[in-house]
Design a protein around this ligand. Structure first.
Ligand code: CUA
Length: 426
């Protein structure tokens, strides 16, 4: 019944344009006028978000009708009962309608009607967007999402991959980038290990909180393959604003290929004959970054799904010796205490699994593009990127009395080698 309501946003836009503000549109980005952006709730790309958008439109239209009626009555009364002469200013007020049963009951009835018009589609949507419909359960894909200060862990309970501890298989784990099958209903079981976070991918579905000791879930579906921006939507500490993530939706074939690749253990780059005669490895100087400087390039943004696909293949001209040095540093510099690369070193589970970090488009929970410059920026001084994060604690530690103790120290060569190693993990 409400599925074909016209989009009130277009009307609002038309009114703004008519009001003479159109001249401003020259300065504003096209995105602004289309109300489309990475995290738009107006231009949606999933069935659940679309249903929720319809509820928003119903509320908009009801509010608009009330606004027009109230404004019209106000304008009428203001005009009709205005003071026409100086004498009018002290005249008795016109007869009052207070207590008129027709008006009183009429207003109560109209208010109830307005609330019912809003309540019916709202309740319907609350029920239908709560979980995957029974009829579609067979086609459902299920994953687990866990919030950490300040990143997201994603686990695939249906896909097993070998672990380091015993070699036995355990559910596949990835971080900050959730890959899902497009067109299928996806149920994400939401948990947190610390404080309350909130899982929100505006183009696919509304937000659901991740609450300590409470099992929550969200249901969503992407219309077609795409790359979607997500954001923690509940204040959770210093770096809440930069606790982001991505959802990448793929068609069935590409999704199966991705699962197959992710189930492999960490990639090892075989040394080549040419490497033996290679001069000392070269690293670009690390330029300085401004506070809060963005880490995503415009080129990446043009077609993020293609950028994601490009990340799946190994880089050209990999330096096997440098990568091997990076792998050694990953162990000796104690990265393995918190991180894991399955099949290589590490058993840490308190930080993102890095087995396939080279195939992700972003690092630092969706904040920086995953390229050598940004990786090195992150490794060099994580606190400058994401204030208060736990990795930074390992760099500058204090003992119980608050005296500084030696933390992780990296030379430029160490940073270069670690970057090469992480980038090789496709
Ligand atoms: Cu996690 Cu805000």
């Amino acid at each position: 019944m409400f599925s074909s309501l016209p989009n009130p946003v277009r009307w609002v836009r038309a009114v703004i344009a008519l009001a003479g503000l159109a001249t401003l549109s020259g300065c504003a980005k096209l995105n602004f006028w289309q109300m489309d952006g990475h995290q738009s709730t107006i231009v949606v790309e999933g069935s659940v978000a679309r249903e929720q958008l319809q509820v928003f439109y119903v509320t908009c239209w009801v509010s608009l009708v009330i606004f027009v009626i109230v404004a019209a009555v106000l304008a009428y009364a203001t005009f009709k009962f205005r003071a026409r002469s100086a004498a009018d200013e002290h005249a008795e007020p016109p007869p009052q309608g207070h207590g008129n049963p027709f008006i009183e009951l009429g207003l109560i009835g109209a208010s109830v009607l307005a609330l019912v018009v809003i309540a019916v589609p709202t309740l319907k949507a609350i029920w239908s967007t709560y979980d995957v419909p029974e009829a579609e359960k067979a086609n459902m894909y299920e994953v687990n999402g866990t919030g950490y200060q300040w990143w997201f862990k994603f686990e695939y309970p249906g896909e097993l991959a070998p672990t380091n501890a015993t070699g036995a298989k355990a559910p596949l784990v990835t971080g900050n980038e959730l890959v899902i099958p497009a067109g299928r209903p996806v149920r994400i079981n939401l948990r947190t290990v610390d404080v309350i976070h909130s899982f929100w991918v505006p183009k696919l579905a509304g937000k659901v909180d991740m609450i300590p000791n409470r099992a929550n879930h969200i249901y969503l579906r992407a219309d077609k393959p795409g790359y979607f921006w997500g954001q923690c939507a509940e204040y959770c500490g210093d770096s809440h604003a930069v606790m982001r993530f991505r959802i990448i939706a793929l068609d069935a074939k590409e999704f199966a290929e991705w699962l197959e690749q992710q189930s492999q253990t960490g990639r090892t780059v075989a040394p080549r004959a040419a490497d033996a005669n290679r001069a000392k490895p070269q690293f670009a100087a690390l330029r300085s970054f401004k506070q809060n400087e963005a880490g995503i390039t415009a080129k990446f943004d043009v077609n993020p799904l293609e950028s994601w696909r490009a990340k799946q293949a190994p880089e050209k001209n990999e330096d096997a010796a440098l990568i091997a040095a990076g792998r050694e540093l990953f162990k000796t510099k104690t990265c393995i205490a918190c991180h894991t690369v399955r099949g290589h070193e590490g058993g840490g589970v308190s930080a993102p699994d890095l087995t396939h970090i080279g195939s992700r488009t972003t690092i630092a929970a969706g904040l920086l593009e995953n390229n050598s410059e940004q990786l090195r920026r992150w490794i060099h001084n994580p606190n400058s990127v994401k204030p208060g994060n736990k990795m930074a604690l390992a760099y500058a530690r204090t003992d119980r009395e608050g005296k500084p103790v030696d933390g992780i120290k990296l030379t430029p060569e160490d940073e270069g080698a670690l970057v090469a190693y992480l980038e090789s993990l496709k």
